[in-house]
Design a protein around this ligand. Structure first.
Ligand code: TNX
Length: 536
């Protein structure tokens, strides 16, 4: 099913094509094209994800100027931090000082308040009021203010994405927005195991998620090809198990300090990291690093191919306690690095683990997550082992009907939706896409948008859906440009599915999506210029 497409140097490729994005005209690298200034400000309903409700007041345009001040809720360090984040977004292109000060009045400037919001906005939403005298944001939480900031960013001209001073005017359309998310979990995954990506790439990925109001980043930290997180109890996991990747490149791993830095960077953007250690399959890197996890007590060789399903922890009578202790140690160290509520223990494609061993393994390791004070997420195969109702199975099938998922929902479990033929960001867009895979089908921009998470699964009601997550597996991806090419424009389509209440049509959405293209260009973000989208 899985072929090796690339060496990590991007040279070797099978299927006849040498695919290097540098030379591939199909991969739009950003250029410094002159971008045309739009005369009218961006309409309030033209943002992604679509807000819950919008009332425009055409005559009420607000202009941000040299003397604009960002006022934030007095006595709230958190509101001040969001104000500072907004200032950091707006200063480069405007060239304005945009100082951040405690709000005493709400009558001028950009005002971020943690009081007076319509209760409907809940813990993640916001209200935005724009008139000539001020831009007023009200929310109940920092997360709500932060979401409003992302809306505001999209309401400003494309040139706001510039990294040096651009010509204004910096106008924002007048009116009122009331906005809050449909689902609590809106995520993306990055596989840093098949290819390792350095801290800077992960942070940029986080910035991309933040733009579209996603609030979870699942990091796939281990697989057959690499173990990417320092674990003090077993240092060789990272130093040896992390020393290669698909294609044989040098791999890498995150020290605890670097990982914590990523967690903090995400938290400052209201994104929670969900760390995954995949098991009992997808474990060759661990089996290569810790000999006693193998039935013959011999460390496996490192693996740099792209097969799946060949590795397993040993669950025979002599090894099961060793294996369970190993998992417990790893989970404890991981939990200590994780302020968020979830630890993901994988559980997929364990085709080298016998059914009884799989059940015995899961029944012993699943409780370790609760013992470490966290909740379990696992690929939906864990449902075979009857996890407790606080566990979240992540559905990655390609059909809407799955009896184990239906039964789980009936028992009260919430399901996280990642149907591979809709939400997998590593699937090719079309037959000629130079990157990615096609085992779950081809996913064009429209396909990523055209489904409804609330009613997708047969026999599972909307109230049993935790949310959606868009996984990016990286067997074929080696650079930031590759990552961006695969996520843009599908990530915003999926983000809207996780956030928006109204089920807009593709024809409505594609117009808003088209308007993002010039922003990506201006921000030097690589994307796939899908022919389905009427780019300006
Ligand atoms: C299936 S989805 C996998 C991954 C691969 C991916 C490639 C899932 C839980 N397992 O191991 O990387 O397909 O698309």
């Amino acid at each position: 099913m899985f072929l090796t497409f690339f060496s990590s140097a991007g040279t070797a490729a099978c299927s006849g094509a040498d695919i290097d994005t540098e030379d591939n005209p199909d991969i739009t690298d950003s250029t410094s094209d002159e971008l045309q200034l739009e005369a009218a400000p961006v309409a309030l309903d033209k943002v992604i994800p679509a807000p819950v409700s919008v009332q425009s007041s055409a005559s009420q345009t607000h202009t941000i100027t040299q003397s604009t001040v960002i006022y934030t809720e007095a006595n709230s360090a958190e509101a001040a931090r969001v104000g500072e984040y907004l200032g950091t977004l707006l200063r480069p292109a405007t060239g304005y000082p945009l100082p951040v000060r405690p709000a005493s009045s709400v009558s001028s400037g950009i005002v971020l308040l943690l009081t007076g919001a319509n209760p409907k906005v809940g813990a993640s939403g916001y209200e935005l009021d724009v008139d000539p005298s001020r831009i007023l944001v009200r929310a109940n939480t920092g997360a709500g203010l932060f979401a409003a900031v992302q809306t505001l960013r999209q309401l400003l001209p494309v040139t706001i994405e510039g990294s040096s001073t651009q010509t204004g005017p910096w106008q924002v359309a007048g009116g009122h927005v009331l906005d809050y998310p449909k689902f609590g979990y809106r995520g993306a995954m990055l596989d840093v195991a098949r290819h390792f990506f350095p801290e800077g790439t992960v942070k940029r990925y986080i910035d991309h998620l933040a733009r579209y109001k996603l609030n979870y980043l699942h990091l796939h930290l281990s697989d057959d090809q690499g173990w990417r997180i320092q674990i003090d109890a077993y240092p060789r996991l990272a130093t040896y198990g992390g020393s290669t990747q698909v294609g044989g490149g040098p791999g890498g791993y995150y020290t605890k300090a670097v990982y914590t830095d990523i967690v903090d960077y995400a938290a400052a953007r209201y994104i929670t990291i969900v760390p995954e250690i995949d098991m009992p399959g997808h474990t060759n890197a661990a089996l290569a690093s810790v000999a006693e996890l193998n039935c013959d007590n011999k460390a496996k060789p490192l693996y740099t191919g792209t097969d799946v399903g060949f590795s397993t922890f040993c669950m025979d009578a002599q090894h099961r306690d060793v294996v369970v202790k190993f998992v417990g140690d790893v989970v404890r160290e991981l939990a200590a690095l994780t302020p968020g509520p979830y630890i993901h223990l994988g559980g997929d494609e364990a085709s080298s683990t016998s059914e009884p061993d799989y059940l015995a393994f899961e029944q012993r390791v699943m409780p370790l997550v609760a013992q470490a004070g966290k909740k379990l997420i696992g690929w939906h195969e864990i449902l075979k082992a009857n996890p407790e109702t606080s566990a979240i199975p992540q559905y990655w099938g390609t059909t809407p009907t799955d009896s184990s998922v239906q039964a789980a929902a009936k028992r009260g479990l919430k399901i996280l939706l990642s149907p591979a033929n809709k939400a997998y960001l590593d699937m090719k867009y079309n037959r000629n896409t130079p990157l990615g895979q096609d085992w779950a089908g081809l996913i064009e921009a429209r396909d990523a948008y055209n489904w409804n998470p609330a009613s997708y699964l047969t026999g599972v009601s909307s109230s049993s859906v935790a949310g959606i997550e868009a996984p990016l597996w990286t067997e074929t991806l080696t650079t930031l440009a590759h990552i961006e090419y695969m996520i843009f424009p599908r990530l915003p389509a999926l983000a809207e599915r996780g956030w928006a209440s109204a089920n807009q049509t593709w024809d409505q959405f594609k117009q808003r999506l088209a308007a993002q293209g010039p922003r990506w260009k201006k921000a030097n973000i690589t994307y796939y210029a899908s022919p389905q989208v009427p780019w300006p």
